[in-house]
Design a protein around this ligand. Sequence first.
Ligand code: ATP
Length: 652
Amino acid sequence: MADTTQTTPPARHRTEPTDPTNPAAPTDPADGSGLPRRSVVRALLRLWPYVRPVRVRLSAAAFVAVIASCLSLVIPLVLKWLVDGPVADGDPGGVWLGAGYLLLLGVAEALLFGLRRWLVSRPLAGVEAAMREALYRHLQRLPVAFHDRWPSGQLLSRGTTDLQTLRQFLTFPLIFLLVNGVTILVGGVLLVVQRWSLGLVLLSPLVPLLVLCSLFEAKYGRAARRTQDQLGDLTTVVEESVLGIRIIKGFGRHRSQARAFKELTRALRTTELRKARLLAWIWGVNTALPELALGAALVFGTVQVADGALSAGTLVAFLSTALALRWPVESIGFMLAMSNEAAAATDRYFEVMDEPPVRDEPAVRDEPSARPEPEVRVEPEVRVEPEVRVEPAVPVHGGGPRDAPGGLRFSGVAFRYPDAPPDAPPTLKDVTLHVRPGETMALVGATGSGKTTLTALVPRLYDPTAGRITLDGRDLATIGRAEARALVAVAFEEPTLFSATAAENVLMGAEGAGEAELRRALRIAQAEEFVAALPDGSATQVGEQGLSLSGGQRQRLALARAVVSRPRFLILDDPLSALDVHTEALVEAALRQVLSSTTALVVAHRPSTVLLADRVALLSDGRIAAVGTHHELLRDNPEYAALMSGGEEGDR
Ligand SMILES: Nc1ncnc2c1ncn2[C@@H]1O[C@H](COP(=O)(O)OP(=O)(O)OP(=O)(O)O)[C@@H](O)[C@H]1O
């Protein structure tokens, strides 16, 4: 087989025709797509680890199919015997016997093809399931940065349509390319043996067909890849439209959204039509050239029979063999098309599978020498505001001495998103902050200042690019991700609920937690009452497939999930933003009990949330610009006062 395409692995712009990861990849200028080409066989060979467990069944199915196909070549030989023997001799008994043989051969062929399908159906469905499971498992282990980069539709289409394409390839073209190849070879030998001169006439289109097929394959491969990418883009748009249906309707954007969708479907249709044209072209060529050769052989053979140089039976057998080879030859274009689609699907599948997963092991070993030195990047012209380190006016819950080793400590932490533009400054430049054991620290900053980014470093959703974070004196880089996530619980402003019951959603936060813990967590999050009022209480299905909950109800369930495990460290990213003032006050009162035994970092936008905290840290320009109590910062820090202005009224 010749070549197919491979485009750029990840991409927000899936159908961009360039491959930045491989600028030297050869392209086919004639195609005009600029897409690089890649060996179909090399791509498909990567399926071997998944196909290996079913290799015996697959080989047996191929063997059975080859036998069935070759049986069809025996039929012309029986015909020859029938025409030259019983028919020529006027022997009705012999004719009935011949008809019986033909019927037997036909039935045997049908049974064998049925057996082939039975042999492969179940194991290949298993291969598809195993590949899908492997993809899902791998997606769970890929870093958050990967998911930031990849559109969800591209991942969805890889896990659905691409894997379906692969199963179809393994069920049909993989076996039939072999079967057809063997049938054409055996049939060709039979033709030449029966009458070499006629055989050569019939086989004369072979070389031009091979050349045309390889041309077809190269072009079709690129179109196949493009279609699958466009399908992924389309899936992304559909998914976003469904998830954002309220926004689309609310802003009356359904027309523009429909227009954008139409453009994508048009682009997909254009590529599909290109594929159809290519397929029609190769199908036409694969039919016309052999038919022309067959016509020529028929004329040539008839002349030979008329001259008495050839028996009528031999000509009938010859033509029957030629007709038996029609389908194997005609279908080659179709088989190549499916193989190219499978190769493109394989490439797309392994683009994700080849992404390195996050390893659940410490980034560095717990040796002082192995720890990365905090990289303090302070540009001389940028003045860092001195930290207002004033002892809290209110007593710190369970607080230790000022420089106790425990708690949560950031030392010279810097962070840049992996997909940030190269000239963009890092999101966090030099964050140094100590949240004492048992202390609740509010994190305040202008929008986009990096608060969410900083909190995401604690459960190791991302690792800092420089500097160090310690949990109770232990370097986070020396703690495995699983352990870090057992120590740290998080609740985000955007509460995500899964298609599961309310109880299951909450208990996701603590392995092995029971009913008592569930009740306690729901009580703290002020969710007990509304959960009890759900049709099946905490056993009510919520999330995407379940009952729709209000934003505040979702936030409270997410908060319950964060506190259910009584975490050592709690990270809350503005988790009360959707609550009314009254409920917020109740949640805060209950949270205070939890927070007194937990070291917490709470992103806050409103003074009411800030007042939950013992102290407040102001994040500005990628650094902690000030630390103090709410009132101290209000008094001493104009930036903080500006951020908090307007929210004071009504707060305690
Ligand atoms: N995945 C990402 N890749 C690249 N840049 C990102 C990514 N996520 C966030 N950013 C950028 O990092 C900066 C800080 O974002 P972050 O969400 O941490 O801010 P924030 O202080 O939490 O904002 P807000 O108060 O509005 O929630 C922003 O400029 C944002 O554009």
